[in-house]
Write a protein that binds this ligand. Structure first.
Ligand code: NAD
Length: 511
């Protein structure tokens, strides 16, 4: 039976708006959920509701909020298989990866439940006697969190868990095509005992969200925006926030390079390039964009890579496959445009291109009923190709070659993104030169461009984001603001910089 899901504001269902059907991309005739999309006023109402609930939530002691995070972790763990199955059904992510994604929420809760007992401020020495200085972490207020659907539960949890732990209320707007997974995650959070209004779920399309956010920012009911999605929309959200003197957390697209040095373990590099390029059908923000391989091993790498891609399992994401369907029709249409960027100077080394059908099969697999595409490896990409410069969200990887490490670094940095990257080498000197020269926020050595851990900073630079970081202790600076306090108990007005005791040195002293 297909469920109908609606926004939840202040613990109550807000059932207005047009209906959107979230469809299983592996079985396009199956509707996973009918989603009622909210209007802009519903979004801004949710922000007002959150602002009212936040005051009480901030007064709940942080260790008690930490216990709520602990309960969320337990609930997610106990429901892991069901949640992962729903993710697989709704966006076509292979089940093993969906289960890993759910595990990441548990890991995030494990980290932040303890933060409830830390959330340290500092005591700081004053330059004057009988005066004490302190710092406190203060919640920002209401966080509006807007997320993409390729990681429909883990990436939102990277925002929701620390934001709530720090004493903020949240209005969460997930991607429409991942609404059922989002709704399930919302219910798990609510079951942990969050008071009504502290977490609100608004199901809406992008344009509506923008309008609702514009109103909420003008009304002063949003104090932090967390946005994960495309560079283009991130830029618009960043501009809007800037007008309200707010610095959002922007986690955007990537064109992630992998550099293969002449001394690399080629089989390991091929394994990494296979998972990075085609896991989640190449629809991760950290998916591999271009392999930049040393000219001396280019031909051998390409031969092995093409062989590995040809042997990779593609099919029903509930089975053991590397690659399932694309997330949703919109992504399939856009991916077909990217395929149009393949030019005559390129060589496709992976076989057929395009949608897998009875007329264009992959062996026995005809892709019937689903949004399945052939994985594509394109050799000979050039620095001025769109294929080299732009994110191509989908199962396509470019290959080019280099002669010196500096040349490889220049190529790797050229597209101007800066999310993730990888280098394959056995030479420590190359590792450190690569790390120093690359503009990415995350560097993998002899590992795939994908695979974040819940307690390392995650985030990008340039076209990949505004330098904000998620995960671990670093995200606390997104969801709290530092407040300093000085307390003078001398009983007189001591003036900073003026009433300071001086100890006079003999600076002419010499041995
Ligand atoms: P998108 O920017 O189109 O949408 C992302 C979210 O923003 C969705 O919830 C969407 O409804 C909403 N939205 C769309 N237009 C909006 C607007 N004008 N105002 C406010 N909200 C709006 O992104 P997408 O194509 O759905 O997702 C894929 C992109 O997300 C890729 O570029 C991918 O690399 C990126 N991504 C980045 C990360 C990261 O952590 N850096 C993680 C996952 C995905």
């Amino acid at each position: 039976m297909t469920s109908e899901i609606v926004s939840v504001i202040g613990g109550k269902e807000a059932s207005n708006g047009v209906t959107y059907e979230s469809v299983d991309p592996a079985h396009l005739d199956e509707v996973v959920a009918r989603v009622r999309l909210a209007d802009p006023a519903t979004f801004s109402t949710a922000c007002r509701t959150a602002a009212a609930a936040q005051r009480e939530w901030a007064r709940v002691p942080a260790p008690v909020r930490g216990r709520v995070i602990a309960s969320i972790g337990r609930l997610v763990e106990a429901n892991a298989a069901d949640l992962a199955r729903l993710v697989t059904r709704e966006i076509g992510k292979p089940y093993a990866e969906a289960l890993g994604e759910v595990r990441e929420i548990v890991d995030t809760c494990d980290f932040f439940l303890g933060e409830g007992r830390r959330l340290y401020g500092q005591t700081v020495p004053s330059e004057m006697p009988d005066k004490n200085l302190f710092t406190f972490r203060v919640p920002v207020g209401v966080a509006a969190v807007i997320t993409a659907g390729n990681f429909p539960v883990a990436v939102p949890a990277w925002y929701l868990v620390p934001a709530l732990l720090c004493g903020n209320a949240v209005v969460w707007k997930p991607a429409e095509y991942a609404a059922a997974s989002a709704h399930a995650l919302y219910r798990l959070f609510a079951a942990a005992g969050l008071p009504d209004g502290v977490l609100n779920l608004v199901l809406a399309d992008g344009a509506t969200t923008f309008e609702g956010l514009e109103t909420a920012l003008a009304e002063g009911t949003v104090h932090k925006v967390g946005f994960t999605g495309s560079t283009e929309v991130g830029r618009a959200v960043g501009e809007l926030c800037g007008r309200h003197l707010q610095s959002p957390c922007l986690e955007l697209g990537g064109k992630n390079p992998m550099v293969v040095m002449p001394d690399a373990d080629l089989d390991l590099a091929v394994e990494g390039a296979l998972f990075a390029g085609f896991g989640t059908a190449g629809q991760r923000c950290t998916s591999l964009g271009t392999v930049i391989v040393h000219e001396s091993v280019h031909d051998e790498f390409l031969r092995r890579y093409a062989r590995a891609v040809a042997a990779a399992a593609i099919g029903d994401p509930s089975g053991e496959v590397l690659c399932g369907p694309l997330l949703e029709r919109r992504f399939a249409d856009r991916y077909e445009e990217y395929l149009g960027w393949i030019q005559s100077h390129h060589t496709v080394v992976s076989g057929p291109v395009g949608r897998i059908t009875a007329e264009n099969p992959r062996g026995d697999f005809t892709g019937e009923g689903g949004l399945y595409y052939h994985p594509v490896v394109v050799d000979g990409v050039r620095p001025d190709d769109r294929l080299f410069l732009e994110e191509t969200f989908g199962p396509i990887v470019g290959v080019t070659s280099f002669s010196t490490l500096q040349e490889a670094l220049d190529l790797a940095n050229l597209p101007g993104y800066g999310l993730s990257c990888a280098v394959y080498t056995t030479d420590p000197a190359s590792v450190f030169r690569f790390r120093e020269g690359i503009g990415a926020g995350m560097v993998s050595v002899n590992n795939s461009t994908s695979g974040a851990e819940a307690h390392l900073p995650f985030g990008g630079n340039g076209r990949s984001g505004n330098g904000s970081r998620q995960s671990g202790m670093w995200v606390l600076d997104q969801f709290t603001r530092w407040q300093s306090m000085n307390w003078d108990h001398s009983g007189r007005l001591q003036k900073a910089q003026m009433d300071v005791a001086e100890i006079v040195p003999d600076l002419d002293f010499r041995l």
